[in-house]
Write a protein that binds this ligand. Sequence first.
Ligand code: GLA
Length: 369
Amino acid sequence: MKQRLEAEFSKIFGSGELPRVYFAGGRVNLIGEHIDYSGGRVFPCALALGTYVAIRKRQDGERIFRSLGVNDGWEKYPKAVLSAMEQAGYGFSGGFEILVAGNLPLGSGLSSSASLEVAIAYALSDTFDLGISNKEIALLCQRAENEFVGVNCGIMDQFAAAMGKEGCAIYLDTASLDYEHVPLELSEHEILIFDTKKPRKLSESKYNERRSECEYALKALQSQLDIGALCELTMDELNKNSHLIDNATCLKRARHAVSENQRVKKAVEVLKEGDMEAFGRLMNESHVSLMEDYEVSCKELDTLCEILWKQDGVLGARMTGAGFGGCAVALVERSRAEEITALTLKEYRSIIGHEGACCRGVGGAPKRI
Ligand code: GLA
């Protein structure tokens, strides 16, 4: 990819000094879904697939963005990052030319936008010696998305892309931003990602709706309880106070947030003990909660999970990301990964009527290459 990018770069911008090339990955969330805006813990992992950015300074002060085969509308992301950086007081001495390329399936819910934002911020920070820490890059990119792109996302995706580490998932407390890199010692297991290939049309409006439902539940609880976020509660505490939430839907949303947060804590515990079966069961429970209490799954995601759940060698499977399409993530026995992939895609096609896809490769860290 580096050589291709360098060659295309000189075709577009002219030869001369070679550009610097940077990478940031997409992410797959292993468990902890839809709780990064309710003060919960999440457990994402950066991917080896992501976005590449080639950059070279210009003397004339111009700022030029080009891309190789990225969707229309992609430019709003680098521009948003630039605005967020400037708003935070980072200036650029002179201009630059940037060429972007990526190998993540677009629109598949693996955070191609967060990986693009982080790759841009990382490339700019390093090229202009701004010395911005990776954690700050995550926050800047989230702000770029919230304030300049206009998507009300939480911190998880940008944090995963900016703070990824080879061979590790990130156990992140979204209330305090404390985090821990947890080694994914998978040995005879493997993580597979299955793409529904369903366009995620509803995801933005429904995402905002879920956020407001959680805010409603939180406000109702705050009438009696001294809490700042839903995930501060245990399941017992929520059950004891459920009468405070007068809306059945919002109560279900709160139940998902609180139960999911407990599952994440448990999942990291069992992973550290090497109990992969228990980790897989928690993934399954997470999916059911997202399907029934949070209602962000869809026929395609449920179908993938059901096909996976019934197969030998599958320890767990769940939807990952915002939902309403996008991907499912599965933990499987490595020796059976090929047959599981083939059977899952075959059955998916016969039930849903169109192809799905599978990708793998967890553990990318942002880097200059
Ligand atoms: C999207 C958002 C994240 C997170 C997930 C759901 O990916 O960008 O902040 O809320 O959905 O877990």
